[in-house]
Design a protein around this ligand. Structure first.
Ligand code: HEM
Length: 395
């Protein structure tokens, strides 16, 4: 066994030297090296394989028969129960299908435009009379929590409960990922969330999303709860990161702020470039169902294969000057920040709506918005990447 590990380390020398700190802090240089020299590499630090080229990333995500999420080691499934995120094949279709129509672009615009504008206005009002603030937990996070909370039928003012449940569930998932047991707080939070959502299913009016899904025969109430928890989980962390990352990209380039402030199309382009350069969910995990040879790497059945969305999004085979933030890039929407294949993000249109509405109002309302140079932001995270804080000043 040990000699097999040593053999892998010899075959993949770049992967063998990658440290978790490097991936957490600034992964892009080492990802570029891997993409060029070991596009499918064994990383002892991850105890798994890492796929870094665009074409391979797409191929893996589009092949759920051989690269599956349906594995008992999958941490989210252990905490939240089976859901669309942790199933493949016909079971995946059964869990996902009832949620598809309400998250289509037109339905999202109809259902959430007013809420997104109102919630943004409320948050910006709180900021506008000040001259400084932290915009990740003071803007991006509450906006994301409020909108996904609204989608699940939570009332206004319950964002604090959403964020509390959410933090405990994230802790539980993190504990499992690190090889520890689910925290009692994580279990208790999920039970509290479950009770709340069951209430929302039974008591909300027929036009609420969860009540509408409960009226169809596909899913049991417990299955609806697990999928709703995935929506909550997916809708807060990543959207908070997405909005914070766009803001950071723009604040680091003050010359672009005025341009995108005045032009919704360019703001949309900035959002896509930011998703490409720093995707808020930078890695997705799969498990092989059989022995597979991928770009020369021999992967055994049941091994962890991690797809680096962050690396694929900077693949020079697809994006020229891939490390540049370029508002005129013609193909920036080819990025795969929202994944590909059966598990492609369900919340794409909602996330884009939130980012576009939130940022256009924020930029229009806070004059001379700029980074607080005394407290520079640092983007971190192995899976979920965003600035730990985003301190800004305005006039
Ligand atoms: C309103 C916001 C969002 C909601 C409600 C949401 C919801 C979801 C759901 C339910 C899934 C699972 C789909 C399935 O397995 O069939 C998913 C997958 C995914 N989402 Fe989102 N999401 C949101 C925002 C985002 C954002 C902002 C990003 C990244 C920037 C993102 C990236 C992803 C990725 C990469 C996956 C695929 C996971 C995998 O294949 O393992 N999501 N999302």
């Amino acid at each position: 066994m040990r000699s097999a590990v040593r053999e892998r380390e010899r075959t993949f020398p770049v992967g063998a030297t990658v440290a978790l700190d490097q991936l957490d802090d600034d992964p892009h240089p080492v990802l570029a090296k891997l993409r060029a020299r070991e596009p499918v590499s064994w990383l002892p630090a991850l105890d798994g394989w890492l796929v870094t080229r665009y074409d391979d990333a797409v191929a893996v995500m589009r092949d759920p028969d051989r690269f599956t999420v349906a594995d008992p080691r999958f941490s989210t499934g252990q905490v939240l129960g089976p859901s669309m995120l942790s199933l493949d094949g016909t079971e995946h279709v059964r869990h996902r299908a009832p949620f598809v129509a309400p998250f289509r672009a037109r339905a999202v615009r109809r259902t959430f435009s007013t809420d997104a504008a109102a919630e943004t206005a409320r948050l910006v009002d709180r900021l506008a009379h000040r001259r400084a603030g932290e915009l990740r937990r003071g803007f991006a996070g509450p906006l994301a929590a409020a909108i996904v909370g609204r989608a699940l039928g939570l009332d206004q003012g319950e964002e604090r409960a959403v964020l509390r449940w959410y933090d405990a569930i994230v802790d539980a998932v993190t504990a499992i990922t690190a090889g520890r047991a689910v925290t009692p707080e994580g279990r208790a939070a999920f039970q509290e969330l479950r009770r709340y959502l069951l209430g929302a299913i039974e008591h909300e009016p027929a036009d609420s999303l969860l009540a509408g899904i409960a009226a169809q025969p596909e899913l049991t109430h417990d299955e609806i709860v697990s999928n709703a928890a995935v929506l909550l989980f997916g809708g807060v962390e990543t959207t908070e990161g997405m909005i914070s990352n766009v803001l950071l990209h723009l604040l680091e380039r003050p010359e672009l702020l005025d341009i995108v402030r005045a032009d919704q199309v360019l703001l949309a382009a900035a959002i896509e470039e930011s998703l490409r350069l720093e995707p808020a969910a930078s890695v997705v995990d799969r498990y092989t169902t059989e022995a597979i040879s991928l770009r020369g790497a021999s992967i055994e059945a049941g091994e962890l294969v991690r797809v680096s969305i962050a690396a694929a999004n900077r693949d020079p085979a697809v994006f020229s000057d891939a490390d540049m933030f370029d508002l005129d890039r013609a193909n920036s929407r080819r990025h795969i920040a929202f994944a590909q294949g059966a598990h492609v993000c369900l919340g794409i249109h909602l996330a884009r709506l939130e980012a576009q509405t939130g940022l256009s109002v924020l930029l229009a309302s806070l004059p001379r918005l700029r980074l607080d140079r005394a407290r520079p932001p640092r983007v971190r995270g192995i899976v979920f990447r965003k600035p730990s804080a985003l301190h800004a000043l305005w006039d």
